[in-house]
Design a protein around this ligand. Structure first.
Ligand SMILES: Nc1ncnc2c1ncn2[C@@H]1O[C@H](COP(=O)(O)OP(=O)(O)OP(=O)(O)O)[C@@H](O)[C@H]1O
Ligand SMILES: [Mg+2]
Length: 245
């Protein structure tokens, strides 16, 4: 079973942080404890999405530089007592090396059922660091051609890094626009362009996105929540049919 899951994308803004948050909640609802690590140095956002921005003092770079203990940098999120966050550093130049980050996660993963790592966009050093400890890499894409091309770049880079267990999540999927715009005629074509096995499709869901942005608990079972619950079940080895909600 995959325990350390990195959430990545070629292009920015595809929904990595939103999916990381929603997936964590779905895994918690299945009885797991989850630690999310924000690896987007200089552009951190998960402290807002998880409602702990007011409390944050230490981050992951403080842990590895010995400025604080691991416990000082692990923040319990108000949404659930099984959900924890280690924030990203304030400055982009504090990106950790992949080797150091991998060692830190090896220690942390003993304490949680899952560790979800939210990567920065693209395939630079921050991406390499984020995927280094992962045994499953989720690549988040939207249906636009530019987003799919970014996916291809991520797939190639992951192959070079010997990170071969990767799965595609199509996020912000809007079936009506997708059909009307007719950029691609079917999902098979999208999956072919991305070149990555599909794990799930998360619909465009403005309510879910707004609640997440406010750092509040997603209590309603919206379409995006249903899709994320199916993705969490598949990650845990259940055979759940793929559907476009
Ligand atoms: N399924 C969805 N439906 C509607 N809006 C969504 C969905 N997923 C994400 N969003 C919205 O898309 C925007 C980008 O999301 P998010 O910040 O999670 O992307 P990201 O990939 O982490 O971005 P970055 O590359 O900057 O880190 C946000 O406004 C978010 O609320
Ligand atoms: Mg993000």
């Amino acid at each position: 079973m995959s325990k350390v899951i990195a959430v990545t994308s070629g292009k920015g803004g595809t929904g990595k942080s939103t999916i990381a948050t929603g997936l964590a909640v779905s895994l918690i609802n299945r009885g797991n404890t989850v630690l999310i690590i924000d690896c987007d140095a200089g552009m951190r956002s998960l402290d807002i999405l998880l409602g702990v921005s007011e409390q944050v003092v230490f981050d992951i770079s403080d842990v590895v530089r010995g400025f604080c203990t691991i416990d000082n940098a692990v923040y319990k999120c108000p949404q659930d007592n099984k959900l924890y966050l280690i924030p990203a550093p304030h400055n982009a130049d504090e990106t950790l090396s992949p080797e150091i980050f991998k060692k830190a996660v090896q220690v942390l993963k003993r304490r949680f059922d899952y560790v979800i790592v939210d990567a920065p966009a693209g395939i630079g050093l921050g991406f390499e660091t984020a995927v280094a400890p992962a045994d499953l890499v989720l690549v988040i894409a939207n249906t636009e051609p530019t987003s799919l091309r970014g996916c291809g770049n991520v797939r190639v880079r992951l192959g070079e890094l010997n990170k071969n267990k990767m799965r595609l999540i199509i996020n912000k999927f809007n079936y009506r626009d997708f059909k009307n715009e007719a950029i691609y005629y079917n999902l098979d074509e999208i999956i072919d362009i991305a070149g990555i096995q599909l794990l799930g499709i998360v619909p465009e869901d403005k309510y879910f996105a707004a609640i997440t942005q406010r750092g509040e608990l997603i209590e309603d079972v919206t379409d995006a929540v249903k899709a994320l619950d199916c993705i969490a079940a598949r990650i845990e080895g259940e055979s759940v049919p793929l559907s476009v909600i």
